[in-house]
Design a protein around this ligand. Sequence first.
Ligand SMILES: [Zn+2]
Ligand SMILES: [Zn+2]
Length: 237
Amino acid sequence: MRGRYGFARANMLDRPDLPCHSMVMHLETHLAIGWALGNVFPRFSRRQRLLVSLAALLPDADGLSYLAGATAYGNWHHTVGHNVFASGAVLLLAGLLAGRHRMLVILVTQLAFWSHLAGDCFMSGWPVEFLWPVSRQGWMFRPAIRLDHPANIALAYASWAFMAGSWWIWRRTPLEFIWPKLDALVSRAVHPSTLTCDICGGPMSLKRGRVIKGMRLACAECITAAVTTGRDQNGIV
Ligand SMILES: [Zn+2]
Ligand SMILES: [Zn+2]
């Protein structure tokens, strides 16, 4: 049938029954890779980092089939999102939405997309249907590491740690996609030596200053001034 090692065709019957959380557990690893790829290029904007991160996640959109039950999941996961045509769609979308540095964004989103498919071939234990819907032939690397393998669980935790750690590395985390002001605030807080007051611009410490309206920082002096003079245009009190 096939060798013990190497890249091989795989039968759909090789698909094990997996609980949903195993699939979800793998998502953060894909996201972490996309996040890293988007951040190696300092010229990328938040939107471009989002495009790269989404390209790394997008294949697993077909995992949403789990909502229709385990059988649907078995039929659809690693199909619709995990093939060369989906790669083409990502390429088109990236080209349309990239804005500046279009060629680079296209290239990096493709890298992110294919990092997902490559990861799945090695680390999911589920064949990937690269040519869906033209062919339902699946492919995977053997021996495959399954989703519930300790290596995958370790990778998932490492991904969370890495994404949080990027407050120290790049001064931002994927939180910037959901709540950019909070992300910026935390990022400033983990670099206390460079903290400045958003009102007077002077250096400040979190111990004596505090967070005011709009996720901004006010130093102790500005807070005291607002309290004592009663003049408060900054929403301090
Ligand atoms: Zn996948
Ligand atoms: Zn101040």
